[in-house]
Design a protein around this ligand. Structure first.
Ligand code: NAD
Ligand code: USQ
Length: 389
């Protein structure tokens, strides 16, 4: 299969490119390197050093003989998107290329607007290019479990059967996201659903949970193939952050009382889920949703697991929640469709966390302690760091 990976220089895009190339697919990656730019903006950096995309691709070719094509450009530039798709002629497009941090989108008005324009316009360009150039292309789009919010009923995979005034229908599951980033994913989902109906496109929306881990079978082959690992208060995600905080001797920063519940998955399962979705495309005109996570945990359980597994002393600090989110809530989300198609999950075992501790230990001197705590407060419309207040 010819697979084009948008956002192929990122945390998940790069390991996905390596995995699918290793599986024998013809791969191209596209990126505008804006993720590296956010690091400059925030004074942060990936804990694990990462090579340039050009060096990554060269080392992969040297080691395996397999070529990964590179397109440098911005998804909000329609001309670039059209030229790339016309030239590479993909069967499948995996779309990771979005601003993916909820805190970043909540810094202030500018960051909220940037996030929604970048994500929604980029996805619209991809939709139109597919419809114009080859509507057979399967769009595999990364969505988020956070699109659903935390309703007091079970969460289904994308759709809900509703009975109202004696009539029944299957309707898109209600969305109650908790940040302007998560809202951008909801807007994307609606746009893609409509495009599938209207232009007869085929798409899989992967509502992914929080990813943890940093190594896959391919990224460990050479230091140039490593993927990024974020720990700062804006881009670091909860379990990766807790593991880094434990190694540094920094208290684990549990927001609220830690009773928020979330779905999580191992980075090795992310790349496999993409392969499963790509190998089982939906029919033309079909928009389907898979909930892509393997286990549910409360934040407190994650902190306890890290504290129990780390060989040294670990302190847990309850931090006043900087986000607007339900502090305690019901959470039971269906996630069977990927399993039905053959996913065999890596469950969160002590082994994975311990190997993550090893990687962190190696690079802990690179940490900038000033960026560990978050400076983003959901309830502020302006941010002192940006608006000079
Ligand atoms: P990332 O920021 O590391 O990677 C995204 C890549 O897309 C970056 O390399 C960035 O430079 C690129 N990009 C962003 N906007 C672009 C644009 N307009 N044009 C070209 N390139 C652009 O993020 P990630 O953690 O790898 O996440 C990838 C996708 O998966 C995102 O859509 C995210 O919302 C989704 N997701 C991530 C997680 C997670 O835990 N990391 C969980 C659920 C869903
Ligand atoms: N949290 C803490 N302490 C921390 C960091 C986070 O308690 O130091 C809590 C947050 O309050 C939140 C939960 O952990 O309740 C998850 O936060 P997160 O930053 O790990 O994840 P989130 O903001 O939801 O975003 C991440 C990715 C995003 C993806 C999403 C999947 O950055 O791209 O869409 O996970 S999901 O959460 O399922 O929506």
């Amino acid at each position: 299969m010819r697979i084009l990976i948008l956002g192929g220089d990122g945390y998940l895009g790069w390991p996905t490119a390596l995995y699918l190339s290793h599986q024998g697919h013809d791969i191209a990656v596209a990126d505008n390197f804006v993720r590296r730019q956010y690091d400059y903006e925030l004074g942060a950096e990936s804990l694990v050093p990462i090579a340039s995309l050009q060096q990554r691709v060269k080392t992969w070719k040297d080691i395996t003989g397999r070529k990964i094509n590179v397109y440098v450009g911005d998804m909000t530039d329609a001309g670039f998107v059209y030229r790339m798709i016309e030239e590479f002629k993909p069967d499948t497009i995996v779309h990771y290329a979005e601003q993916r941090s909820a805190p970043y989108s909540m810094i202030d008005r500018e960051h909220a607007v940037y996030t929604q324009v970048n994500n929604v316009v980029g996805t619209l360009n991809v939709i139109y290019a597919i419809a114009d150039l080859n509507p057979d292309i399967h769009l595999v789009k990364l969505g988020s479990m956070g699109e659903y919010g935390t309703p007091n009923i079970d969460i289904e995979e994308g759709f809900l059967e509703v009975e109202h005034n004696g009539r029944k229908d299957i309707l898109p599951y209600p969305k109650q996201p908790g940040s302007f980033y998560h809202l951008s994913k909801v807007h994307d989902s609606h746009n893609i659903l409509f495009a599938c109906k209207n232009f007869g496109l085929r798409s899989t929306d992967l509502n992914q949970g929080i990813v943890y881990g940093v190594e896959t079978e391919q990224t460990v082959l050479h230091p140039d193939l490593a993927t990024r690992l974020d720990y700062d208060g804006v881009f670091g995600t909860v379990l990766n952050r807790f593991c880094i905080e434990a190694v540094l001797g920094h208290p684990l920063t549990v927001y609220g009382v830690g009773e928020q519940k979330r779905g999580l998955l191992d980075i090795r399962d992310t790349v496999r889920c993409i392969e499963i979705a790509a190998e089982n495309p939906p029919e033309r005109g079909e928009y389907r949703v898979f909930n892509q996570f393997t286990e549910e945990f409360s934040i407190k359980e994650l902190a306890e697991l890290v504290a129990k597994t780390y060989p040294g002393e670990v302190q847990v600090e309850l931090v006043e929640d900087p986000r607007t989110e339900a502090l305690t809530h019901y959470f039971n989300a269906r996630h069977t469709k990927l399993i039905d198609l053959g996913l065999v999950p890596h469950l969160l075992s002590d082994t994975l966390i311990q190997s993550l501790f090893g990687v962190i230990e190696k690079y802990k001197d690179r940490v900038n302690w000033d960026v560990i705590r978050t400076f983003v407060n959901w309830r502020r419309t302006r941010n002192p760091l940006y608006n000079n207040d």
